[in-house]
Design a protein around this ligand. Structure first.
Ligand code: SAM
Length: 288
């Protein structure tokens, strides 16, 4: 099979699906990249920074995979759609550095996080992909929990990229993701570089992991859930709700130690303050 990637035009993609007797799945967020220059630029943004094995989420027809493989990267690609898996298997069969998994990437990430032997075998250091938009949040919040992943370059909806990279704490996602590393928008991508074209703008975002996460991930996740569930609510009211993870008394003590007023709303608290709150709460919990 030729080395050249053959799906840079809408008609070639339409023909592929016709031949395979399946349709493009909206439910799996299938918007394929059709711009050769942009695909090279996205793949290189990761390759330039990556020294180890790559995890690719949602390879699709292999537009980024082809670039990673050409540069001899060891690629572990996870694709949910069996029709695409069949195509990828055939197209990249000559590459010994290509490993393909027909799975839900969310489950795959959980296994990587929880199964030490599996993680040691795969030696993944970097992650990339044009992410299916319907699970972007779930994928990134799982990915940052995997030890050893140092870099990531992802194509996501622009609005989502802005949320990850913002310096303010207006979303719980921003606070959570920035506990593990920094997030930077590298460049944008208009709808015309995809087939089918999405209705929204997209951006390429880079994740660079910190050597050590700032605070405990589990406690942070619980505090964020407790705080952000009533967006307009002051934290003292959100924390007083009956199903809160920690009692209002404990939270009051921890927030006093961290210098956070209970009159604030969750989005008015800076993310550094959340990280401090976790530290103080952890100390209080240890004493109990
Ligand atoms: N990388 C390809 C490209 O840029 O042309 C395809 C990107 S498309 C936006 C997202 C890809 O993720 C599709 O191939 C889709 O089938 C796959 N996908 C969707 N949900 C998935 C899941 N839960 N696990 C793994 N792959 C998934």
């Amino acid at each position: 099979m030729s080395d050249e990637y053959p799906y840079y035009s809408p008609s070639s993609i339409r023909n592929f699906f016709k031949r395979s007797e399946v349709s493009i799945r909206k439910k799996w967020g299938q918007n394929f990249l059709i711009d050769p220059n942009l695909s090279v630029k996205i793949a290189n943004s990761l390759l330039l920074e990556c020294r180890g094995n790559i995890l690719e989420i949602g390879p699709g027809l292999g537009v980024l995979t082809a670039q990673y493989l050409k540069q001899q990267a060891e690629v572990h690609a996870v694709e949910i759609d069996p029709a695409l898996v069949q195509e990828l298997e055939t197209r990249f069969s000559q590459y010994k550095n290509f490993h393909l998994y027909n799975q839900d990437a969310q489950k795959f990430l959980l296994k990587l996080q929880e199964d030490d032997d599996f993680r040691r075998d795969l030696k993944i250091q970097c992650a990339g992909g044009n992410l299916p938009y319907y699970i972007t949040s779930g994928l990134l919040t799982r990915l940052v929990l995997i030890p050893g992943i140092l870099k990531g370059v992802f194509l996501v909806q622009k609005e989502y990229a802005l949320r990850c990279s913002a310096s303010s704490s207006e979303s719980s996602l921003n606070v959570f993701l920035n506990n593990f590393g920094s997030w930077k928008i590298l460049f944008n991508a208009p709808p015309s570089v995809f087939y089918p074209a999405p209705e929204v703008q997209s951006s390429i975002i880079e994740f660079s992991a910190y050597e050590k996460r700032i605070c405990d991930a589990e406690i942070l996740q619980k505090i964020l859930r407790m705080s952000f569930r009533g967006k307009r609510k002051k934290i003292k009211n959100a924390w007083a709700m009956s199903d809160a993870h920690y009692s209002l008394d404990i939270m009051t003590e921890a927030s006093a130690a961290a210098g956070i007023s209970l009159e604030k709303r969750p989005e008015e608290i800076h993310r550094e303050e959340y990280y401090n709150l976790v530290e103080f709460l952890q100390k209080i919990l240890l004493k109990q």
